[in-house]
Design a binder for this molecule. Structure first.
Ligand SMILES: N[C@@H](CCC(=O)N[C@@H](CS)C(=O)NCC(=O)O)C(=O)O
Length: 262
């Protein structure tokens, strides 16, 4: 099994945690969206939209974290999503919350503009070089524009935060009666939820979202003891992310811009 992912990608983390918890053997391929590597034609061709994660198993290619989690769940016991409607419902709810707005709103504006300008250049150059993919690249360009517009909207950002708060409130209630998010055993819903909590911690907004919710905080403390957390999230602190991915990406883009290598 091949997983195309990036350590910075929350949706990739959901899938990696599920694979680790299930002891599935898989090979990882890192695709850096900051450097617009996800726009490479060979990647885009099999994954229109160029988003991460993508799971490949032989000729089977699954894009989108929700169907990937559902697929992983069918591989081994003990957690089988398709048998449990509660798990399915939780995974769907957790996946409804899109981390992009909250994440980008914590990135300094000039850094965010630097990356998005570069990605636009790459998309436009890719359209010319790969006319068969032009309409897909164009759709991606439009979706990037839509995100930029949403970021300017105070209402949309507030709605995104409210959606996260509601999710955490429901989790708080659930975790007062069960040890895991969808019941008494670990499930792919926990894999998805751990990635959300990891994002909250990475953005340093735990005081706002976790501290007022004691059950979620206790659960998070327990989840952080799991080897899957340590492998997928724990080793990438904000500092490590910055030093290992953000700064090298900025340097790489600087050089590519200098030589017009889009
Ligand atoms: N609905 C998709 C969202 C995937 C997504 O937005 N992935 C982000 C990383 S978490 C990404 O690839 N961003 C880079 C880009 O879209 O260019 C899923 O659940 O997999």
């Amino acid at each position: 099994m091949q997983l195309y992912h990036h350590p910075l990608s929350m949706n990739s983390q959901k899938v990696r945690i599920a694979l680790e918890e299930k002891n599935v053997s898989y090979t990882v391929h890192r695709v850096n969206p900051l450097k617009a590597r996800n726009f490479k034609p060979e990647f885009f061709r099999q994954n229109p939209g160029g988003a991460l994660p993508v799971l490949k198993n032989g000729s089977l290619v699954i894009c989108e974290s929700l169907p990937i989690l559902e697929y992983i769940d069918t591989i081994n016991d003990p957690f089988r999503l398709h048998q449990c409607e509660t798990v399915r419902e939780w995974v769907r709810r957790i996946n409804e919350w899109d981390a992009k707005l909250l994440t980008f709103s914590h990135v300094p504006e000039r850094v965010w503009h630097f990356f998005s300008r570069f990605k636009r250049h790459v998309l436009i150059a890719s359209m010319t070089k790969n006319p068969d993919l032009a309409s897909l690249y164009h759709t991606k360009l439009r979706s990037m524009h839509a995100i930029e517009e949403s970021l300017k909207s105070i209402e949309e950002l507030a709605a995104n935060k409210q959606q996260l708060s509601r999710l955490l409130d429901d989790a708080e209630e659930q975790l007062s009666t069960t040890q895991f998010i969808a019941g008494f055993t670990f499930s792919v819903a926990d894999a998805a939820f751990m990635a959300v909590l990891g994002r909250i911690e990475l953005l340093k907004v735990s005081a706002e979202y976790l501290q007022p919710r004691p059950q979620v905080s206790l659960y998070w403390k327990r989840m952080k003891e799991r080897p899957s957390y340590k492998r997928v999230i724990g080793k990438y602190s904000a500092r490590v992310m910055h030093l290992k991915f953000v700064i090298p990406s900025i340097c790489n883009i600087g050089i590519r811009k200098l030589f017009m290598r889009f």
